[in-house]
Write a protein that binds this ligand. Sequence first.
Ligand code: THU
Length: 139
Amino acid sequence: MTHDPASLLDHAERVAATAHAPYSSFRVGAVAVSADGSLFTGCNVENAAYGASVCAEVNAITTAVANGVAQIDTIAVVCLDGVSCTPCGNCRQVMREFGVKRILLRDSDGAPVECTLTDLLPHSFGPDSLPPTSLPESS
Ligand code: THU
């Protein structure tokens, strides 16, 4: 199943409206697309203990994983309250773990922007950077 960038970004925008962001007032939504085209959504969920807050992208990706997805093809990310939203470093690293190939964002005019994880996280460290014996067992 394929999903066009504009509709994935529209979906992420709707998810952003569900964010729990009383501390930053910066609402973010994300839609992760698995290899078979299934969609998994996430918004940022903040906490009074700020460090316990979770980003939208991580929530989308961990929800996909909890549904049995090991590889994520694409993630669309939209913020409602800023000029544009580009994933933070921690989110880029979480994307790396699950093989995200394509990241969909909007530019400051709202037009779709497509980039690769290599664009966002060059020279990255990932599962294949570890010795084979250290890789998690696939069961
Ligand atoms: N945020 C995300 O959800 N994703 C990002 O990639 C950048 C930042 C959230 C975290 C926090 O709730 C708010 O945006 C302001 O940093």
